[in-house]
Design a protein around this ligand. Structure first.
Ligand code: DAK
Length: 259
């Protein structure tokens, strides 16, 4: 597929990097961009050489939200009855390999929601997060009212969603929205370091870890603990578990074969 609104590359043959590329609109997310993003994510997920993915934007904007100019003309029948706006927003949740959001600049509205749908966010020190939909007479529609409270707690989530204010990178790190904040010029180095580290591990263990953390995030504690337990048990059926533990005992580097 030829892409127009994203750029796609691989790093070290192992990390799939997707760069949102609508600079004049601050990477505002429209149907075509979301189609391309969904296709690129699925393609990397199906590529055996790829162990981890990164979604990033420009220095000024990860994404300033869904395209307001496109949305402005829609009515209820379009958005509820059709697949305008809704299309492909959940694709990222079906991706099995880890997806890291590398956020610099604005991550607003659907941009903030897209970042939160990634497995974790590493932010540059100029990042700004927000759900300003209230200013447009709407509310977040791609999970913002659900994922923000889980990430930040109710007080900050209500503050963000009701006032529409932006949160800077330092507050986002303090609040648990992002896992790390680094200087803008070190962002990709830091993110690729994390991605390459993940690529080193057994893919089966990586899948199990991601599924188990998501179970906690999306469900109840007892159910999550039981799910984790069963995934833990299942990994003892893999060759990689034997290899990882044998390598530790014999003081050598593990060679995982994803088996
Ligand atoms: N859509 C379209 N164009 C946008 C845009 C957006 N979200 N954000 C910025 N732009 C455009 C501006 O119109 C401007 O275009 P020109 O005038 O140059 O043609 C250009 O990008 C540069 O923007 P500014 O001139 O405004 O730049 P500033 O540095 O002064 O300000 C800003 C940057 C990010 C603070 C400002 O642009 C801004 O407030 N942007 C809007 C942010 C916003 O309200 N975002 C939320 C949109 S609502 C759903 C999925 C998703 C959603 C809903 C449902 N489903 C799955 C159901 C998502 C909804 C939203 O995201």
């Amino acid at each position: 597929m030829a892409y127009e609104m994203i750029e796609v590359r691989t790093e070290a043959g192992k990390v799939g990097v997707i760069t949102l590329n609508r600079p004049k609109q601050l990477n505002a997310l429209n149907n075509q961009l979301m189609d391309e993003l969904g296709a690129a994510l699925k393609s990397f997920d199906a590529d055996d050489a790829i162990g981890c993915m990164v979604i990033t934007g420009s220095e000024k904007a990860f994404a300033a939200g869904a395209d307001i100019a496109a949305m402005a003309k829609y009515g209820f029948a379009d958005v509820y009855g059709g697949d305008y706006i809704t299309r492909n927003w959940e694709t990222i949740r079906s991706i099995r390999k880890p997806v890291i959001a590398a956020v610099s600049g604005f991550a607003l509205g659907g941009g903030c929601e897209l970042a939160m749908m990634c497995d974790f966010i590493i932010a540059a020190d100029n990042a700004k997060f927000g759900q300003p939909e209230i200013k447009l007479g709407i509310i977040p529609g791609a999970g913002g009212t659900q994922r923000l409270p889980r990430a930040l707690g109710k007080a900050k989530a209500m503050d963000m969603v009701l006032t529409g204010r932006m949160m800077d990178a330092a507050e986002a790190e303090r609040s648990g929205l992002v896992s790390r904040v680094v200087a803008l010029d070190k962002l990709m180095e830091e993110v690729l370091g994390a991605a390459l580290q993940i690529c080193e591990y057994s893919r089966l263990a990586v899948y199990a870890a991601k599924e188990s953390v998501n179970r906690s995030y999306e469900g109840g504690l007892a159910d999550g603990v039981m799910f984790e337990r069963r995934m833990f048990h299942a990994l003892f059926a893999t060759e990689d578990q034997k290899e990882g533990m044998d390598a530790f005992v014999n003081k050598r580097k593990a060679q995982f074969r994803n088996r």
